[in-house]
Design a protein around this ligand. Structure first.
Ligand code: FPP
Length: 238
């Protein structure tokens, strides 16, 4: 059983294994992403029900452009389908959706839907659902450094003013007020961060599961939270 009084306020997920899920069934990879989207819908609902405040998912990385155009366009079409079929429910459930990453580089149609979803849910006060799209942590840190360099070149700050708080405020997560994830989950048995939230995950508890993302259920999420609740978080102290 999960302890509702010790919930991780901020949870991040690397949704991995859609391709392998499809391959096992001899289906095109895009069908794996479609099943992954359905799994995500359930996880958003459940996160909202059990009182997680922030759910941040890695949906498309700055490296994912290397995949076939068929697969890339398939993922972008799923985003459009997601907004068209789920925006009403998200809004009704008071979910606030934010996009982290350089999403404006996506096709116009997807960008339009994403902006509609953000505008519509802007004032909602329930779960904040953060979708990372065209997101890479190194690119995020580089952008923050560039913005800070601009401030310095205008004489607004000096080197000594560059604190961890200032840098964090210039990250996508700082701009969208997303707290560092207490719990970071990766599915499908891979054990690496793959350029996800490198700065923010400094003290995250990581839980890895062999379950492929399309098979990740609310029960599996709870199992990950139970594992998190058994950890002893010391943040470098005693
Ligand atoms: C990783 O699995 C998954 C992705 C790169 C895409 C994730 C996208 C979704 C779950 C759908 C997005 C929809 C919304 C609404 C955000 P993989 O393809 O790397 O799997 P593999 O390692 O088995 O090949």
């Amino acid at each position: 059983m999960i302890d509702k009084d010790r919930m991780p306020a901020s949870v991040a997920i690397i949704m991995d294994g859609n391709g392998r899920w499809a391959a096992k069934r001899k289906l095109p990879r895009v069908m794996g992403h479609n099943a992954g989207m359905n799994a995500l819908v359930e996880i958003v609902r459940h996160s909202s029900n059990i009182g997680i405040r922030h759910l941040t998912v890695y949906a498309f990385s700055t490296e994912n452009w290397k995949r076939s155009s068929e697969e890339i366009n398939g993922i972008f079409s799923l985003l459009v389908k997601f907004v068209d079929s789920k925006l009403e429910e998200l809004d009704r459930e008071h979910v606030r959706v934010r996009i982290l990453g350089d999403y404006r580089k996506l096709p116009e149609k997807s960008v339009g839907r994403l902006e509609r979803m953000m505008e519509r849910t802007e004032n909602n006060t329930g779960l904040q659902f953060n979708i990372c799209l065209n997101y890479g942590a190194r690119d995020e840190i580089r952008r923050a450094a560039a913005e800070i360099a601009d401030l310095a070149s205008r004489g607004e700050i000096r080197g000594e003013d560059v604190t961890e708080e200032l840098l964090a405020a210039h990250l996508y997560t700082g701009k969208e007020a997303v707290p560092d994830p207490a719990l970071l989950i990766r599915t499908s048995g891979e054990m690496r961060l793959s350029n996800f939230l490198l700065w923010q995950a400094a003290y995250s508890e990581m839980v890895f599961t062999d379950v492929l993302w399309p098979d990740f259920t609310p029960r599996e999420l709870e199992r990950c939270i139970e594992e998190y609740q058994h950890r002893d978080r010391r943040f470098g102290g005693r």
